[in-house]
Design a protein around this ligand. Structure first.
Ligand code: 16G
Ligand code: MG
Length: 548
């Protein structure tokens, strides 16, 4: 494409998606995320960038997802998906930030500069898949993405309303047809089909029962489960709540993030004591389980417990297959409950790696194992299997002894239920249900595997959150000076105390995490550390108070 045709980039921008704000925006942990009203020009420009990225990748398909995940309704966001269904390569985040922030007048020249910088061959074809969540602002933003793709003569394909992981799955399938069919139906066929295969092999035994309540966060995940529900043939009886009807607002007092952070059950569900409930987030990439007991107290089964359940079951299957040589490992972040890490390393004897918050870090670390299981405590995670691991299991499924073959076939189904591209609430839900069913576990049996230490999360507003720097996978704070020493001093007063602070990648706040042997202690420690952050890192507004 000759440079002169870049003029259309400017023309489209000026006519249809002008930049109307000077607010600087940054490609963060999960793309751009802010008030929907500030995003149209950003999404248009991500349409442009996706085309350049597709061309750099020899015409392989790139994804654009319009969503602000668990944020409330007025926000929205956009992120790019790389050809294997993974997050955009980190070195492009700065390029995305630059392109999003230039003025309309400089857009043409900046686009030309980036084309040169990344060496994008503008004669190649380019393909971009576009999906969106259920927000009322999403269709307009998706249209802006389409215009961006067309401005650079790429081919957009719109998927309409899909979960974020569905879009990742479709991008992966489009670039690797051995993975599946790149459509929503293809997703159901593979993932739900494999779950049904597993269910048919495993009778319902022990304390497991097939009823599962679901908190859909009034978002896209619940809507898709409503489609899936009809095809489950009674293998799982889904009672779907918070599907977006009856005035229920997206993520408002419901959804995985609300449940995890507030440690409260969501509104919109009539709780039956000891009934297990799965809570999804707004775009369907996080999953938390919980139950409410007969005293109305909530018991969470978060990403840590999900990881443990999956890891112990896969280990068992590997043993039954006779494939113990495959290296299985778990990846967590600093938010993982200390009790979970102890249980995994000491009881299950499975190696654990700790990395920085953000899916891309976990995903990357998980790839270094033959079978890598990664979960953030907030419920985002999945399992990745190396090619070698799949080949070994396939071979056993065909040539092994009868018992080994059976286990290997089950593991192959399990692999097919997994959305390996990214954490996926729907796929994870079917994985969890498969394991509970296979082991005859009720939700209380699952919760009894080990006991989490009580924990608390708080946030503190400061003048500039970037004054906080961390090291050791965010577990130690290196600036501002004196803060880590103060945290150490506070932590040392508590039995089983642990605390860390980090700057949020998605909100203008500093996050505080604490755990200790009692909830009172965890709450007090968090508040004390929050005060230390406020005092030493330029807190604004009211100083955090200690609990009564
Ligand atoms: C984003 C990340 C999630 C992380 C969270 C932390 C992705 C797809 N999502 O939602 O992994 O836990 O940010 O948020 O990477 P924070 O930086 O505001 O604490
Ligand atoms: Mg999400």
């Amino acid at each position: 494409m000759p440079p002169s045709s870049l003029r259309v980039v400017y023309a489209f921008a000026r006519e249809m998606h002008p930049k109307t704000t000077d607010v600087f925006i940054q490609y963060g942990t999960a793309g751009f995320r802010t008030k929907a009203s500030l995003l149209e020009h950003v999404v248009y420009r991500m349409g442009l960038l996706a085309v350049l990225r597709s061309r750099v990748k020899n015409g392989r398909t790139i994804g654009i997802m319009i969503t602000a995940s668990h944020n409330l309704e007025p926000d929205n966001g956009v992120k790019l998906v790389d050809p294997d269904g993974e997050m955009l390569e980190q070195s492009w985040e700065e390029i995305a930030t630059r392109l999003a922030n230039v003025s309309d007048n400089d857009l043409e020249s900046t686009t030309a500069e980036i084309i040169k910088q990344v060496n994008s061959d503008m004669t190649l074809k380019a393909s971009v898949y576009i999906g969106m969540d259920t927000r009322y602002t999403s269709p307009r933003l998706a249209a802006a993405a389409v215009h961006g793709v067309m401005a650079l003569k790429g081919t957009p394909k719109e998927f309409g309303i899909v979960t974020t992981p569905m879009l990742h799955f479709c991008v992966k399938c489009r670039n690797d047809n051995t993975y599946g069919t790149p459509t929503e139906e293809g997703y159901y066929e593979k993932i739900v089909g494999a779950f049904k295969n597993i269910s048919q092999k495993l009778p319902v035994v022990g304390n497991y029962n097939t009823t599962l309540y679901v908190d859909g966060a009034n978002g896209v995940g619940g809507k898709k489960l409503n489609i899936i529900k009809k095809s489950l043939d009674g293998e799982l009886d889904l009672v779907l709540c918070n599907l977006g009807g009856n005035g229920g607002k997206l993520n408002l007092n419901c959804g995985a993030d609300f449940v995890k952070v507030s440690q409260k059950p969501p509104v919109g569900i009539e709780h039956v004591p000891f009934q297990r409930v799965a809570s999804l987030d707004g775009d369907g990439d996080r999953l938390i389980y919980y139950y409410v007991d007969d005293k109305n107290e909530i018991h969470l089964l978060d990403g840590d417990q999900i990881a443990i359940l999956l890891a112990s079951y896969i280990t068992e299957l590997l043993k039954s297959c006779g494939a113990q040589e495959l290296r299985l490992g778990l990846v967590q972040t600093a938010y993982a409950n200390g009790a979970s890490t102890r249980y995994i390393t000491q009881e299950l004897k499975i190696p654990v790696t700790c990395v920085k918050t953000g899916v891309k870090h976990l995903h990357h670390a998980a790839l270094s194992y033959d079978i890598g299981i990664y979960f953030e405590a907030n419920g985002h995670g999945t399992v990745v299997y190396s090619k070698e691991a799949k080949n070994v299991v396939r071979k056993i499924a065909e040539e092994g002894e009868a018992e080994q073959r059976k286990a290997a076939q089950l593991l192959l189904n399990f692999i097919d239920v997994t959305n390996e591209t990214v954490g996926d609430a729907i796929s994870d839900l079917f994985l969890v249900e498969s394991v509970l069913r296979a082991r005859g576990l009720g939700v209380r049996d699952w919760a009894a595997l080990y006991r989490d230490l009580p924990c608390r999360q708080l946030k503190v507003t400061v003048q500039d959150r970037n004054v906080i720097s961390t090291t050791d996978a965010e577990r130690q704070c290196t600036s501002p000076e004196g803060l880590q020493t103060k945290i150490n001093e506070l932590v040392s007063k508590y039995t089983s105390g642990r605390s860390f602070v980090r700057a949020s990648g998605t909100e203008d706040v500093v996050r505080v995490y604490s755990e200790a042997d009692t909830q009172e202690s965890a709450d007090k420690l968090a508040a004390e550390v929050a005060q230390a952050v406020f005092d030493l890192a330029g807190g604004v507004g009211d100083r955090p108070e200690l609990p009564e």
